[in-house]
Design a protein around this ligand. Sequence first.
Ligand SMILES: [Zn+2]
Length: 230
Amino acid sequence: MRIITLNIKFNFQNIEDYIYPVVLCDDKDMILVDCGYVGFLPMIENAFSAEGLEMKDLTKIIITHHDQDHMGSLRAIKEKYPHVSIISSREEKPFIAGEMKAIRLEQAEKLQETLPDEHKAFGQAFCEMLKRVEPCRVDMTVSGGEMFDWCGGCEIIDTSGHTPGHISLYLKEHNTIITGDAAVLEEGRLVVANPQYAFDLKKAEESLIKLMEYEAETYICYHGGIYKNR
Ligand SMILES: [Zn+2]
């Protein structure tokens, strides 16, 4: 049983950035938690190879929430590896499957109207990027509180707030939490992700506290990487 944190480096608007998708391995399953922006499939494949893993062995993908940096390459992965089963929360499913418009796109289009002229081109490019996210069918839904045997015991935690149905994972055997965007690591501290864009900020703050109360040994943040609790 292993938890492998992938470290994917990329450039956005000439700024170097990283994301940290996670792979959970046991003798039955290989599960990827979140999968990068649109076009990131080759980078994910490379990150797998660097760890001695192969994406063809993947059995499941868990999507913590429907933002483009977490599910942007989901459809491409599903097309290349159709046997992989896609899991999300019940609330996020309609957004991932394209039955409901992405919340960030709603926000970005609304914001676009208020932007000064010199920022409109950037705003427009951002909207176009969000529109390029292809929807993908979800095979299984969860709602929080479920316990699976993945990787020595995996509890689904409802951490709504950042989006309506955000989920995080608690890996019992490893005393590790995979936060998604319910907590991001900034300057050595776990904080709420982009509070100005939280779907429900109060809930997002409560979800962060909920994760802290686990007092897990390790928190793996999609943004910021590994935080050791001591
Ligand atoms: Zn994110």
